[in-house]
Design a protein. Structure first.
Length: 337
Protein backbone atom coordinates (compact mmCIF):
# COMPACT_ATOMS: atom_id res chain seq x y z
CA UNK A 1 0.00 0.00 0.00
CA UNK A 2 1.44 3.36 -1.00
CA UNK A 3 0.78 6.80 0.39
CA UNK A 4 0.14 9.81 -1.83
CA UNK A 5 2.63 12.31 -0.43
CA UNK A 6 1.27 15.07 -2.67
CA UNK A 7 -2.13 14.94 -0.99
CA UNK A 8 -2.41 17.60 1.74
CA UNK A 9 -3.12 16.39 5.25
CA UNK A 10 -6.75 16.73 6.28
CA UNK A 11 -7.37 19.39 8.96
CA UNK A 12 -8.03 18.27 12.51
CA UNK A 13 -11.06 20.58 12.75
CA UNK A 14 -13.35 21.61 9.91
CA UNK A 15 -16.21 24.03 10.58
CA UNK A 16 -18.74 24.33 7.76
CA UNK A 17 -21.43 27.06 7.80
CA UNK A 18 -21.88 26.59 11.54
CA UNK A 19 -24.47 28.73 13.31
CA UNK A 20 -25.83 29.00 16.82
CA UNK A 21 -28.96 31.02 17.51
CA UNK A 22 -30.51 31.58 20.94
CA UNK A 23 -34.23 32.05 21.46
CA UNK A 24 -34.58 35.23 23.53
CA UNK A 25 -38.31 35.70 22.87
CA UNK A 26 -40.72 36.84 25.59
CA UNK A 27 -42.72 34.06 27.29
CA UNK A 28 -45.23 32.27 25.07
CA UNK A 29 -48.31 33.76 26.77
CA UNK A 30 -46.96 37.29 26.46
CA UNK A 31 -46.23 36.71 22.76
CA UNK A 32 -49.81 35.51 22.19
CA UNK A 33 -51.52 38.28 24.18
CA UNK A 34 -49.28 41.12 22.99
CA UNK A 35 -48.85 39.64 19.47
CA UNK A 36 -45.09 39.83 19.70
CA UNK A 37 -42.89 37.86 17.28
CA UNK A 38 -40.29 35.28 18.21
CA UNK A 39 -36.81 36.78 18.62
CA UNK A 40 -33.57 34.95 17.84
CA UNK A 41 -30.14 36.14 18.90
CA UNK A 42 -27.77 35.08 16.12
CA UNK A 43 -24.64 34.72 18.24
CA UNK A 44 -22.87 32.80 15.45
CA UNK A 45 -24.41 33.11 12.00
CA UNK A 46 -22.68 30.81 9.53
CA UNK A 47 -18.90 30.54 9.88
CA UNK A 48 -16.47 28.34 7.97
CA UNK A 49 -12.82 27.65 8.83
CA UNK A 50 -10.45 24.78 9.52
CA UNK A 51 -7.55 24.13 11.89
CA UNK A 52 -4.56 22.03 10.88
CA UNK A 53 -2.83 19.57 13.18
CA UNK A 54 -0.31 21.24 15.46
CA UNK A 55 -1.54 24.71 14.45
CA UNK A 56 -2.69 27.62 16.58
CA UNK A 57 -5.75 29.25 15.02
CA UNK A 58 -6.84 32.47 16.75
CA UNK A 59 -10.25 34.13 16.64
CA UNK A 60 -10.28 37.85 17.39
CA UNK A 61 -12.91 40.55 17.52
CA UNK A 62 -14.70 42.95 19.83
CA UNK A 63 -16.67 41.74 22.83
CA UNK A 64 -19.99 40.17 21.85
CA UNK A 65 -18.92 39.11 18.34
CA UNK A 66 -19.46 35.39 19.09
CA UNK A 67 -15.92 34.17 19.85
CA UNK A 68 -16.78 32.41 23.12
CA UNK A 69 -19.87 30.86 21.53
CA UNK A 70 -17.63 29.32 18.86
CA UNK A 71 -15.37 27.92 21.60
CA UNK A 72 -18.33 26.26 23.31
CA UNK A 73 -19.60 24.89 20.01
CA UNK A 74 -16.25 23.22 19.35
CA UNK A 75 -16.29 21.29 22.63
CA UNK A 76 -19.96 20.35 22.40
CA UNK A 77 -21.30 22.64 25.13
CA UNK A 78 -23.59 24.30 22.56
CA UNK A 79 -25.38 22.46 19.79
CA UNK A 80 -25.59 23.77 16.23
CA UNK A 81 -28.58 25.58 14.77
CA UNK A 82 -27.25 24.67 11.33
CA UNK A 83 -24.06 23.57 9.64
CA UNK A 84 -21.62 20.98 10.94
CA UNK A 85 -18.30 20.59 12.72
CA UNK A 86 -15.97 17.69 11.89
CA UNK A 87 -13.23 16.58 14.27
CA UNK A 88 -10.66 14.35 12.58
CA UNK A 89 -13.32 13.56 9.94
CA UNK A 90 -16.05 12.63 12.44
CA UNK A 91 -19.17 14.72 13.18
CA UNK A 92 -18.86 16.45 16.52
CA UNK A 93 -22.35 15.41 17.63
CA UNK A 94 -20.98 11.88 17.94
CA UNK A 95 -19.62 12.99 21.35
CA UNK A 96 -23.12 12.91 22.84
CA UNK A 97 -23.95 9.49 21.39
CA UNK A 98 -23.17 6.07 22.94
CA UNK A 99 -19.49 5.34 22.49
CA UNK A 100 -18.61 8.99 21.98
CA UNK A 101 -16.46 9.30 25.09
CA UNK A 102 -13.24 8.59 23.19
CA UNK A 103 -13.96 11.56 20.91
CA UNK A 104 -14.81 13.81 23.86
CA UNK A 105 -11.48 12.97 25.51
CA UNK A 106 -9.60 14.40 22.53
CA UNK A 107 -11.11 17.91 22.94
CA UNK A 108 -10.56 19.86 26.13
CA UNK A 109 -11.11 23.48 27.09
CA UNK A 110 -9.28 26.10 29.14
CA UNK A 111 -11.70 28.71 30.44
CA UNK A 112 -11.21 32.44 30.77
CA UNK A 113 -11.44 32.91 34.52
CA UNK A 114 -9.18 30.70 36.66
CA UNK A 115 -10.99 31.96 39.76
CA UNK A 116 -14.36 30.62 38.60
CA UNK A 117 -13.39 27.47 36.67
CA UNK A 118 -11.86 25.57 39.62
CA UNK A 119 -14.03 24.06 42.36
CA UNK A 120 -13.05 25.93 45.56
CA UNK A 121 -14.05 22.97 47.76
CA UNK A 122 -11.77 20.45 46.04
CA UNK A 123 -8.07 20.03 46.49
CA UNK A 124 -5.95 20.54 43.38
CA UNK A 125 -5.16 16.83 43.11
CA UNK A 126 -8.84 15.95 42.86
CA UNK A 127 -9.50 18.76 40.34
CA UNK A 128 -6.78 17.54 37.97
CA UNK A 129 -7.63 13.84 38.48
CA UNK A 130 -11.35 14.25 37.70
CA UNK A 131 -10.93 13.70 33.91
CA UNK A 132 -8.84 10.61 34.67
CA UNK A 133 -11.71 9.12 36.67
CA UNK A 134 -14.08 9.63 33.75
CA UNK A 135 -11.90 8.68 30.79
CA UNK A 136 -9.28 6.19 32.05
CA UNK A 137 -9.18 2.93 34.05
CA UNK A 138 -6.28 4.22 36.19
CA UNK A 139 -5.98 3.07 39.80
CA UNK A 140 -5.73 5.61 42.62
CA UNK A 141 -1.90 5.39 42.90
CA UNK A 142 -1.62 5.77 39.11
CA UNK A 143 -3.80 8.88 39.23
CA UNK A 144 -1.65 10.41 41.97
CA UNK A 145 1.47 9.76 39.90
CA UNK A 146 -0.14 11.23 36.78
CA UNK A 147 -1.25 14.36 38.67
CA UNK A 148 2.29 14.82 39.97
CA UNK A 149 3.62 14.53 36.42
CA UNK A 150 1.12 17.09 35.13
CA UNK A 151 1.95 19.58 37.89
CA UNK A 152 5.62 19.34 36.98
CA UNK A 153 4.75 19.86 33.30
CA UNK A 154 3.05 23.17 34.05
CA UNK A 155 5.78 24.40 36.41
CA UNK A 156 4.19 23.59 39.79
CA UNK A 157 5.25 21.29 42.62
CA UNK A 158 3.72 17.79 43.00
CA UNK A 159 3.05 18.63 46.65
CA UNK A 160 0.61 21.34 45.45
CA UNK A 161 -2.03 18.69 44.82
CA UNK A 162 -2.85 18.76 48.55
CA UNK A 163 -3.71 22.47 48.51
CA UNK A 164 -6.92 24.33 47.62
CA UNK A 165 -7.32 26.76 44.68
CA UNK A 166 -7.60 29.84 46.92
CA UNK A 167 -4.03 29.22 48.07
CA UNK A 168 -2.66 30.00 44.58
CA UNK A 169 -2.18 33.16 42.54
CA UNK A 170 -4.14 33.78 39.34
CA UNK A 171 -1.30 32.60 37.10
CA UNK A 172 -0.84 29.44 39.18
CA UNK A 173 -4.57 28.72 39.00
CA UNK A 174 -4.47 28.96 35.23
CA UNK A 175 -1.56 26.51 35.24
CA UNK A 176 -3.78 24.14 37.24
CA UNK A 177 -6.51 24.58 34.61
CA UNK A 178 -3.99 23.73 31.88
CA UNK A 179 -2.86 20.64 33.82
CA UNK A 180 -6.48 19.50 34.13
CA UNK A 181 -7.04 19.98 30.39
CA UNK A 182 -3.90 17.96 29.58
CA UNK A 183 -4.75 15.09 31.95
CA UNK A 184 -6.29 12.83 29.29
CA UNK A 185 -3.77 13.72 26.56
CA UNK A 186 -6.10 15.65 24.20
CA UNK A 187 -5.35 16.57 20.61
CA UNK A 188 -7.15 19.95 20.65
CA UNK A 189 -7.25 22.60 23.36
CA UNK A 190 -9.89 25.30 23.03
CA UNK A 191 -8.55 28.32 24.91
CA UNK A 192 -11.20 30.93 25.69
CA UNK A 193 -9.20 34.08 26.52
CA UNK A 194 -6.99 32.11 28.94
CA UNK A 195 -4.85 35.10 29.92
CA UNK A 196 -7.30 38.01 29.94
CA UNK A 197 -7.89 37.77 33.72
CA UNK A 198 -4.14 37.79 34.50
CA UNK A 199 -1.57 40.53 35.01
CA UNK A 200 0.52 41.37 31.95
CA UNK A 201 3.74 39.86 33.36
CA UNK A 202 1.90 36.65 34.26
CA UNK A 203 0.25 36.54 30.82
CA UNK A 204 3.65 36.19 29.16
CA UNK A 205 4.60 33.32 31.45
CA UNK A 206 1.39 31.40 30.75
CA UNK A 207 1.62 32.01 26.98
CA UNK A 208 5.21 30.81 26.87
CA UNK A 209 4.21 27.72 28.84
CA UNK A 210 1.41 26.99 26.35
CA UNK A 211 3.77 27.35 23.37
CA UNK A 212 6.30 25.06 25.02
CA UNK A 213 3.63 22.44 25.75
CA UNK A 214 2.43 22.66 22.14
CA UNK A 215 5.92 21.92 20.84
CA UNK A 216 6.51 19.05 23.25
CA UNK A 217 3.09 17.39 23.06
CA UNK A 218 2.03 18.20 19.48
CA UNK A 219 -1.09 20.07 20.58
CA UNK A 220 -3.52 21.97 18.36
CA UNK A 221 -5.00 25.22 19.73
CA UNK A 222 -8.09 27.27 19.01
CA UNK A 223 -7.15 30.51 20.76
CA UNK A 224 -9.89 33.03 21.51
CA UNK A 225 -8.79 36.58 22.30
CA UNK A 226 -9.55 40.25 21.84
CA UNK A 227 -5.92 41.18 22.52
CA UNK A 228 -4.10 41.49 19.21
CA UNK A 229 -0.68 41.62 20.87
CA UNK A 230 -1.34 38.22 22.45
CA UNK A 231 -2.61 36.86 19.14
CA UNK A 232 0.53 38.05 17.34
CA UNK A 233 2.61 36.16 19.90
CA UNK A 234 0.84 32.79 19.72
CA UNK A 235 -1.08 32.40 16.44
CA UNK A 236 -0.18 30.75 13.16
CA UNK A 237 -3.40 31.84 11.43
CA UNK A 238 -6.04 34.36 12.48
CA UNK A 239 -9.77 34.67 11.87
CA UNK A 240 -11.43 38.05 12.48
CA UNK A 241 -15.04 37.92 13.68
CA UNK A 242 -17.68 40.63 13.51
CA UNK A 243 -21.26 40.22 14.73
CA UNK A 244 -21.33 36.44 14.48
CA UNK A 245 -19.48 36.09 11.17
CA UNK A 246 -15.86 35.70 10.09
CA UNK A 247 -14.85 38.62 7.87
CA UNK A 248 -11.19 37.74 7.24
CA UNK A 249 -8.88 34.73 7.59
CA UNK A 250 -5.13 34.93 6.95
CA UNK A 251 -1.79 33.83 8.28
CA UNK A 252 -0.62 35.88 11.24
CA UNK A 253 2.12 37.66 9.30
CA UNK A 254 -0.15 38.44 6.34
CA UNK A 255 -2.93 39.75 8.55
CA UNK A 256 -0.70 42.07 10.56
CA UNK A 257 1.31 43.33 7.58
CA UNK A 258 -1.42 43.48 4.89
CA UNK A 259 -4.92 43.52 6.43
CA UNK A 260 -7.61 43.54 3.74
CA UNK A 261 -11.00 43.91 5.44
CA UNK A 262 -11.89 47.43 6.68
CA UNK A 263 -12.76 46.04 10.11
CA UNK A 264 -9.39 44.29 10.43
CA UNK A 265 -7.67 47.53 9.48
CA UNK A 266 -9.71 49.40 12.06
CA UNK A 267 -8.67 46.96 14.80
CA UNK A 268 -4.98 47.11 13.89
CA UNK A 269 -4.96 50.91 13.66
CA UNK A 270 -6.21 51.05 17.26
CA UNK A 271 -3.09 49.27 18.58
CA UNK A 272 -0.61 51.67 20.24
CA UNK A 273 2.68 52.12 18.35
CA UNK A 274 5.25 50.28 20.47
CA UNK A 275 8.14 50.78 18.04
CA UNK A 276 8.24 54.57 18.08
CA UNK A 277 7.69 54.96 14.34
CA UNK A 278 5.46 57.97 14.79
CA UNK A 279 2.33 56.09 13.74
CA UNK A 280 -0.77 57.63 15.29
CA UNK A 281 -3.30 55.45 17.07
CA UNK A 282 -6.81 55.61 15.61
CA UNK A 283 -9.72 54.91 17.89
CA UNK A 284 -12.15 52.20 16.73
CA UNK A 285 -15.05 54.13 15.18
CA UNK A 286 -18.73 53.60 15.76
CA UNK A 287 -20.67 51.16 17.91
CA UNK A 288 -21.39 47.48 17.39
CA UNK A 289 -25.02 47.18 16.17
CA UNK A 290 -27.65 45.45 18.28
CA UNK A 291 -27.23 41.71 17.55
CA UNK A 292 -30.99 41.27 18.01
CA UNK A 293 -31.54 43.56 15.02
CA UNK A 294 -28.44 43.36 12.80
CA UNK A 295 -28.16 45.67 9.77
CA UNK A 296 -29.15 44.24 6.37
CA UNK A 297 -26.52 43.41 3.78
CA UNK A 298 -23.00 43.58 5.19
CA UNK A 299 -23.41 43.96 8.95
CA UNK A 300 -20.30 46.17 9.09
CA UNK A 301 -21.60 48.77 6.65
CA UNK A 302 -22.83 51.33 9.29
CA UNK A 303 -19.21 51.69 10.49
CA UNK A 304 -17.38 51.20 7.19
CA UNK A 305 -15.91 54.23 5.38
CA UNK A 306 -16.01 52.30 2.07
CA UNK A 307 -19.67 51.21 2.16
CA UNK A 308 -21.95 51.79 -0.84
CA UNK A 309 -25.52 50.81 -1.70
CA UNK A 310 -24.57 47.22 -2.50
CA UNK A 311 -23.04 46.87 0.98
CA UNK A 312 -26.29 48.06 2.53
CA UNK A 313 -28.50 45.53 0.74
CA UNK A 314 -26.43 42.45 -0.21
CA UNK A 315 -24.49 40.21 2.17
CA UNK A 316 -20.95 39.59 0.83
CA UNK A 317 -19.48 36.14 0.23
CA UNK A 318 -15.92 35.04 1.06
CA UNK A 319 -13.35 35.62 -1.70
CA UNK A 320 -9.61 35.08 -2.00
CA UNK A 321 -7.83 38.44 -1.89
CA UNK A 322 -4.07 38.16 -1.93
CA UNK A 323 -3.04 36.07 1.06
CA UNK A 324 -6.38 36.49 2.83
CA UNK A 325 -9.90 35.13 2.52
CA UNK A 326 -12.09 38.22 2.88
CA UNK A 327 -15.84 38.79 3.08
CA UNK A 328 -16.16 42.30 1.66
CA UNK A 329 -17.73 43.91 -1.43
CA UNK A 330 -15.26 46.83 -1.36
CA UNK A 331 -12.29 44.43 -1.58
CA UNK A 332 -14.00 42.39 -4.30
CA UNK A 333 -14.69 45.49 -6.41
CA UNK A 334 -11.22 46.96 -5.87
CA UNK A 335 -12.47 49.99 -3.94
CA UNK A 336 -9.84 49.28 -1.27
CA UNK A 337 -6.20 49.22 -2.32
Amino acid sequence: MTTDLSKPEAPLIRVEDAARWFDVSPPWLERVLMRRPRIDLRAVDGITFDIGRGETFALVGESGCGKSTVARMLVGLYGLTRGRILFDGEPLEKMSQPGGRALRRRLQMIFQDPYASLNPRWRVGRIIAEPLLTHTPMTAPERVARVSELLLQVGLDPADQNRFPHQFSGGQRQRISIARALAVQPDLLVCDEPTSALDVSVQAQVLNLMKDLQRRLGLTYLFISHNLAVVHHVADRVGVMYLGRIVEVASRDALFSQPRHPYTRMLLEAIPDLHGNGKSRTRVAGEVPNPLNPPPGCTFHPRCPHANERCRTEAPLPIQAGLSVVTCHAVEEGRIA
